[in-house]
Structures are given as C-alpha cells and as structure tokens.
Design a protein around this ligand. Structure first.
Ligand SMILES: NC(=O)c1ccc[n+]([C@@H]2O[C@H](COP(=O)([O-])OP(=O)(O)OC[C@H]3O[C@@H](n4cnc5c(N)ncnc54)[C@H](OP(=O)(O)O)[C@@H]3O)[C@@H](O)[C@H]2O)c1
Length: 293
C-alpha cells in the first residue's frame, strides 16, 4: 500500500494515476469527505485526514510500504507539518518516504521554497528511508493564461519577457514520483524533475500561435505595488510567496537540466508543444471563434 498526501489536488491526483497505472494499491488522503469521482475511478482507497493533525494521519500510515509526502501549495505550516508527519511515518514503520519538494528549495527569498528546504534537512535525522523529488514549475500552471491568450491574442507574463522557465509536464513529474515510490536502490537520493527547454514568454506565445495557427503576442504583466507582507493568514502568505516567486523568476529565471528526470523515466521529458497538444488541448482552444485582434 502506498499512501499519497494532498491527493485531492492536481499533483496528488496525477501521482495516484501514475501509481494505479502500475497496479499499485493506493490510499489517497484528502481533506474532507466530499465525493472524489476522479480518485474513485482510479481505484484508490480514499481516506480523510487533516494533514495539520499528525495524530489523525498516524493510523492511516500503518501498513504502508511507502508514503508520498506532499504538502498543499503556499501553506505556512509546511515545514512544521511535514516534519511532524515524518515522525509519524517512522513510528508507523513506513518502508520509505518520498518527499515532494521543489527545484532549488534553498532560495531563501521564496518562503515556500525555504520551507521545503527545512523539510529536506529534517529527512536525514528522521529515521526513515527517504528520497526527494524536486520539480521545476509545471507547464500546466499556464493553462489558464494560455486559455486567455487563445481568446485575446495576448499572453500576459508575470515573470517578464526576458527570463526562461524549464517548465515540466505534470505527467512526467507523476511518473518520476512512481519510480521513486516503487524502485529499489534510490534511498538518500535527491532528484530534479525539470522540463527539456528553457521557455521565455515570447517563445511560449510562439508555440501557442503555432498550435492555434493565429497570432499570439507576449506582454509583460508588471506587478502592481510593493511586495505584500507575509501577513497572518494563509491567503496573505500565499500572496506574498507568489509575488516573491515571480520577482525571482523575473530577475533570474527558473531553469535547470532535464538529465535527471530523463534518467528516472528512461525516456525524453515531454516538451511544451506536447503539453499544448495533449494536456492543454481542452483548455487552450480559442473560445468564441475568431476573436483574436
Ligand atoms: N505548481 C507547481 O509548479 C509546483 C512545482 C513544484 C512543486 N510544487 C509543489 O507541489 C505541491 C502540490 O501542489 P498542488 O498545486 O498540486 O497542490 P494544492 O492544490 O495546493 O493542494 C493539494 C490539495 O491538498 C488538499 N489539502 C489542503 N489543505 C489540506 C489539509 N489541511 N489537509 C489535507 N489536505 C489538504 C486539498 O485537496 P482537498 O481539499 O480536495 O482534499 C488540495 O487540493 C505543493 O507543495 C507545491 O509547492 C508545485
């Protein structure tokens, strides 16, 4: 049995899908008892637990061969909460833990990266066998903006026009997670999951234009005002992290090498054009027909 946390989100569901495709038994942890048709259709056992309550999660870890430890995005409780679950995993005798981190967690100007770095630091002293996956930003993050661009002919980039991101396809991230959860000989390893191309906003616009057969122009969506304070609520923390993230991307980009991901997968990483063709097909079709300027 493999336990996947935060399974109700996009990443969690993708990881469950990749594991079920291998025939692995999966326990998917979700936050509330509402119906989960996608996870149910995949054949996962669904269990409800608040990740911030380690005592509530602990019984769901017993008998697990592996734990995919993932924390909801932009959550100020990640460092302490994920570390507490490592303790429960050790107590429950979980065979191995794979922690879902991020590319370059050590960048301190982005608090949601720094939180993941602290969890990675805790792995060594946790007493569990561990592996780490460090994904770059997902190609799917842009699906909403691409749908807007298909409608308006303008792709608004919050990270400017000059710097690039090595966007990774979420299906590749999930396939790599499944390898780390199931294959022997990888303990203590930290593995980057990075897409195959450094993509600037103008290049993304060109790929979209090519797919649509229509003009698409990238424009710089410069953020308004100063960086919002960290604040005291989850929403304020998320707004702070998002702004820090785009400021970092704008100044330095977010690129890396696909070599490690491709070694894990045993095949080339998916390109952004493949993302547009296969994954984004339903979301980037221009709505309303010929309404590009
Ligand atoms: N997006 C990227 O480009 C990227 C790149 C690298 C790493 N990451 C990391 O990937 C991880 C997952 O990101 P995501 O966007 O897929 O996740 P997400 O949508 O932020 O969160 C996943 C799910 O967690 C569940 N959840 C929220 N609070 C919970 C709680 N207290 N207890 C139990 N479940 C709770 C929610 O599902 P339900 O309420 O439906 O259960 C939510 O949909 C994050 O750690 C993020 O930092 C993302």
């Amino acid at each position: 049995m493999i336990v996947v946390t935060a399974a109700g989100g996009a990443t969690g569901t993708a990881v469950v899908r990749a594991l079920r495709a291998q025939g692995q038994p999966v326990r998917a942890l979700v936050s509330s008892p509402r119906p989960r048709p996608e996870l149910s259709a995949l054949g996962a056992e669904i269990a409800v637990a608040d990740l911030r309550d380690p005592d509530g999660v602990a019984p769901l870890l017993h008998g697990a061969d592996a734990l995919y430890l993932m924390w909801p995005n932009f959550d100020p409780a990640e460092a302490s909460g994920a570390t507490a679950l490592l303790t429960e995993a050790r107590r429950a005798g979980v065979g191995r833990v794979v922690y879902h981190s991020v590319l370059r967690p050590q960048v301190r100007t982005m608090p949601h990266h720094a939180a993941k770095d602290r969890v990675e630091e805790a792995l060594d002293t946790s007493g569990v066998a561990w592996r780490v996956l460090q994904p770059c930003a997902y190609a799917g993050n842009l699906d909403g903006a691409l749908a807007d661009a298909a409608r308006t002919g303008v792709f608004a980039s919050p990270w400017g026009l000059a710097q690039a991101q090595s966007l990774v396809d979420l299906r590749d991230v999930a396939d790599a997670a499944a390898v780390l959860l199931t294959e022997d000989g990888l303990d203590g390893g930290t593995f980057e999951a990075v897409g195959p191309e450094p993509l600037t906003a103008p290049w993304i616009a060109a790929l979209l234009a090519d797919r649509l057969g229509r003009e698409v122009r990238a424009v710089d969506a410069v953020p308004d005002g100063p960086v919002p304070p960290v604040g005291t609520t989850s929403g304020e923390y998320a707004a702070h992290c998002l702004r820090r993230m785009f400021d970092h991307y704008r100044a330095h980009g977010f690129v890396g090498s696909p070599r490690v991901l491709e070694a894990l997968l045993g095949r080339p990483a998916r390109t952004f054009a493949e993302h547009l063709a296969q994954h984004g097909a339903g979301t980037i079709r221009p709505s309303g027909g010929g309404d590009l300027p």
